[in-house]
Design a protein around this ligand. Structure first.
Ligand SMILES: Cc1ncc(C[n+]2csc(CCOP(=O)(O)OP(=O)(O)O)c2C)c(N)n1
Length: 534
């Protein structure tokens, strides 16, 4: 239970620490801002593929959590937010923090409602978890009026969901997609000369990573991986062409997108050469997830593992140009070779790419890598190619800064033996760095790396290119974010020379405490970006 205290929710704490009957205690993880609690619940859900739980107090506890709930909504993450609520018996008289929360949360949750009766609490909480975990997953909000939560009543406890834990069970499988739709997609693959498969976060969240890999290999489909699907094909796999994504999507005649929306990250679903648009196939875990803004050659909705198992087993002979996969593989090799000089850059001030050149040497295959920031995190997306799926956490299409410490807290708990690395822009750091205190209080070692370019880089450079100047984009040069973490009881250091980055990172990994490596980077470097998101 990720939480920040308030009298409206004390009974939930009491139940967590003093479980009744067969219940086991629930670990309380108390944080410094409600957004951190909900971001942590969201990251728990995204890493464990089980629902994450946040408990917030009435009024400001709820309003503070809205950006994080919205992030979970955009990411299809199964999160349950339980909130306190002013008492019904005084409703309208102006008691402390009296506010009707569900209308505020309704647009960004699968359901938002109030439980008014003590006897109804168990059933409502159970309903919230079931709903959050069923495809298409997402956040669910339930507030409980004060007298209902503090009251006593006899109630039947609903039975536990059936099936094993994890993606096969409690996250709620959708029905298998229609066999005719799968057959239609198989036919499109059979006749395509330059097919591409794009895999997104729901492939991981739906437990479809193994089936997706097998299908890609059986059909010899080049793969571009997004979000938490990064790593479904490990780095170095001959079919993994994420680093040649522009060339692949520009030349493709068939693009199959599974488990992610056809949004700005994918050119709104418009692919292929000028004048010869690619046929587009969209596959989602529920019918509502299928794009309606793009003409589709085919679509399939339902369980993604079942989809890929059916597709991989369909015995489709690839009709692709013999040179298609090798050509893309060559483009990938060329891109990787071109990275070399920047990853080893001796530039002073430090080029942000050099940080990744050093970090890549330290990362284990099961590392969880979290990005919270602008340009600094875009560099990470380019250079960090995961070896396994599910270990990459970016904020997703809502693009909310401030996810960092919440995601890191959750990652440390969900993957106790793995490295957890949090990449923070100096701007992003300001949103959640106080929760380094939470890492310290709960004994959660995380390596934080701040790309400190003295400003909001991803706003500074676009504003300059639009207006010729920039305002409201500067932060303190060389600001000691490492000292902030030290003051809170962790450790850290500042680095200004490229040759000092590697040793500092190794000290951080070896320290066993929350540790922030504050790397002062060149404010003039902009990430070379081709999309604006609008
Ligand atoms: C909550 C929130 N506020 C504002 C933005 C707009 N925004 C996007 S990127 C960015 C700059 C991020 O700066 P920093 O974290 O320092 O990373 P840098 O781009 O400098 O590497 C801003 C302000 C946002 N995405 N989210």
């Amino acid at each position: 239970m990720f939480t920040l205290s308030g009298g409206h929710v004390f009974p939930l704490y009491d139940a967590a620490v003093k479980p009744q009957g067969p219940d086991t205690p629930v670990r309380l993880l108390d944080v410094r801002h409600e957004q951190t609690a909900v971001f942590a619940a969201e990251a728990t859900a995204r890493l464990t593929r089980m629902p994450g739980l946040a408990v917030v107090t009435a009024g400001p506890g709820v309003t503070n959590s809205v950006s994080a709930v919205t992030t979970a909504w955009f990411n299809g993450a199964p999160v349950v937010v339980l909130a306190g609520r002013a008492p019904d018996y005084r409703w309208g008289a102006g008691s402390l923090q009296e506010m009707d929360h569900p209308p505020l949360l309704a647009p960004v949750t699968k359901r938002a409602w109030t439980e008014h009766l003590t006897a109804g609490v168990a059933g409502s909480v159970d309903e919230a978890f079931r709903l959050a975990a069923s495809a298409h997953r997402g956040p669910v909000f339930l507030d409980i009026s004060l007298e209902a939560l503090y009251g006593q009543a006899e109630a039947d406890l609903p039975g536990l969901p059936e099936g094993p834990e994890g993606p096969e069970g409690r996250t709620g499988r959708a029905a298998a997609p229609d066999a005719g739709a799968v057959g239609q997609i198989a036919d499109l693959i059979r006749t395509a000369r330059r097919p591409v498969l794009v895999l997104g976060t729901d492939v991981w969240l739906g437990g479809a990573e193994g089936a997706a890999r097998q299908a890609a290999e059986a059909l010899r489909l080049p793969v571009i991986a997004n979000g938490q699907a990064r790593g479904v094909l490990p780095r170095g796999h001959e079919l993994l062409v994420t680093r040649a994504r522009s060339a692949a999507l520009r030349q493709a005649d068939l693009v199959i997108v599974a488990g992610t929306p056809l949004d700005f990250r994918l050119g709104y679903g418009s692919f292929g050469p000028e004048g010869a648009p690619a046929r587009v196939v969209h596959v989602a875990d529920s019918p509502a997830g299928i794009a309606t803004h793009v003409p589709l050659a085919a679509s399939a909705a339902g369980d993604l593992a079942a989809f890929f198992t059916a597709l991989g087993g369909a015995g489709v002979a690839s009709g692709a140009d013999p040179g298609w996969v090798p050509g893309l593989a060559e483009a990938v090799h060329a891109a990787l070779a071109a990275d070399g000089p920047l990853l080893a850059s001796e530039a002073d001030p430090v080029h942000p790419a050099r940080i990744y050149g050093e970090l890549l040497k330290c990362l284990d295959d099961d590392a969880v890598v979290i990005g919270d920031g602008g340009d600094f995190v875009s560099f990470a997306g380019k250079y960090v190619e995961p070896a396994r799926p599910g270990g990459w956490l970016d904020p997703g299409p809502f693009g909310c800064l401030g996810t960092g410490l919440g995601y890191a807290i959750a990652a440390r708990l969900a993957r106790p033996s793995a490295q957890v690395v949090l990449l923070l822009g100096d701007g992003a750091a300001g949103f959640s760095l106080m929760d380094a205190d939470t890492l310290v209080r709960h004994g959660l070692p995380v390596v934080m790396v701040c790309g400190n370019n003295a400003g909001w880089g991803l706003e500074r450079h676009p504003m300059r290119s639009l207006y010729g100047y920039d305002v409201a984009a500067d932060l303190q040069p060389g600001c000691r974010y490492d000292e902030v973490v030290r003051a809170l009881g962790g450790a850290g250091e500042i680095v200004t020379a490229p040759g000092d980055i590697g040793p500092a990172l190794r000290r951080a990994f070896d320290s066993g405490v929350p540790y922030l490596v504050n790397v002062v980077t060149d404010p003039e470097i902009a990430y070379p970006r081709s999309t604006t998101g609008v």
